[in-house]
Design a protein around this ligand. Structure first.
Ligand SMILES: [Zn+2]
Ligand SMILES: [Zn+2]
Length: 365
């Protein structure tokens, strides 16, 4: 976008436009002066950025909102005020909610700070703060907590040191109560001697703790990686969905009764590079195979061989043809292990052999 602006506008105008363009995610804002020319040209630049980007514009000589800020003209100045969307119900966390106290205490402070930060005319702040106070009291915030927070918010924010050109290099570790001084005793002296070497001369080293794995995080992570196991592809007229064994656990016949086999992948009729299972519905015995192609295509081959056992290459097809002869659904089948696409036939056969040794299927014999 900047390149296009620079190509189309005079250099000084182009730079002015670039400098006054602000964006937060998909909300953009610009103060457009007459000297920039017509805004339609600028809008055409925006619209030509990408086919999937559509811009709508809102233009006003009086006031406009950007995010939660209402910006309006007063005399020759621009003033700002808080902008509440019509859908904003001013629903804040009530004080009796089961949140840690420090979070609840921070809410009045954050809301009041926002008023101080955004409302540019000091005279307009007081009614806003009074309104906020009423809402918070209604939400059971103790008056002391509110007043304390408002007091803190009214103090000018602490200004940070102006940035210098020292680079901060963090040393990240998890807190270890058995060795709390590792940073001071070992890392920091080592870092300081690093400063003798040129790239580190202007560096400041700082220790930073990484949050340890909390129960919440572990649970969240597991939720994200939920494995659905085997599913049907649900495509119309799929020849494979009908015989699919679904789920995350298979119950397989073994010499001693039944054994369970856990599925650790998401698999369906369209999966490629898989180890699969074929269960005879006549006797519940099964066969393990592998394919580098699509599972559904492989199953079509089995189905043809079972229907015309004279041409069958594998014993399993002949077995199912006779054993499940009088059944409409003669077998069940599913991919059970997803293999990496990088494996060649040899690798796949090795994996297949491993599984065969483990599960000991009768029909591979
Ligand atoms: Zn399917
Ligand atoms: Zn059988």
């Amino acid at each position: 976008m900047y390149t296009m602006i620079r190509e189309i506008y005079e250099p000084d105008i182009g730079e002015k436009i670039i400098n006054s363009w602000v964006r937060y995610l998909d909300d953009c804002w610009i103060i457009w002066y007459e000297e920039y020319g017509t805004i339609d040209l600028f809008q055409r630049i925006l619209e030509n950025l990408h086919d999937s980007i559509k811009f709508t514009k809102e233009i006003s000589n009086e006031e406009l909102s950007f995010l939660d800020v209402r910006i309006f003209k007063e005399g020759n100045k621009l003033e700002t005020d808080i902008f509440h969307k019509e859908t904003d119900s001013r629903c804040y966390v009530p004080y009796n909610s089961a949140h840690p106290k420090h979070i609840l205490h921070n809410i009045p402070f954050t809301l009041a700070s926002r008023i101080h930060r955004i409302v540019s005319k000091p005279g307009d702040r007081y009614p806003k703060l009074e309104e906020l106070k009423k809402i918070l009291i209604h939400l059971k915030y103790p008056i002391k907590v509110i007043e304390n927070a408002f007091q803190r918010a009214s103090n000018p924010p602490i200004t940070l040191d102006p940035p210098d050109n020292t680079e901060i290099v963090p040393f990240i570790s998890t807190y270890n109560k058995n060795n709390p001084n590792i940073y001071e005793n070992i890392i920091l002296p080592a870092c300081n001697s690093l400063k003798l070497i040129s790239p580190f001369q202007n560096c400041k080293f700082r220790r930073t703790y990484k949050q340890p794995r909390s129960l919440l995080r572990i649970l969240n992570k597991n939720n994200k990686n939920t494995i659905k196991g085997i599913t049907k592809c649900m495509e119309a007229r799929c020849t494979c969905c009908d015989t699919m064994i679904m789920g995350t656990t298979l119950k397989l016949k073994s010499n001693t009764g039944f054994q369970h086999f856990d599925i650790r992948y998401n698999l369906d009729c369209l999966s490629h590079n898989v180890i699969y299972i074929l269960i005879c519905n006549g006797c519940d015995n099964f066969y393990i195979g592998q394919t580098g192609g699509m599972f559904r295509n492989r199953l079509t081959l089995h189905r043809q061989h079972i229907a015309q056992p004279r041409y069958a290459i594998l014993n399993v097809s002949r077995h199912i043809a006779s054993c499940a002869n009088n059944l409409r659904k003669k077998f069940l089948a599913s991919p059970i292990i997803q293999l990496s696409p990088h494996l060649n036939k040899n690798d796949r056969e090795l994996k297949e052999k491993k599984i065969i040794d483990m599960l000991n299927p009768r029909l591979n014999a």
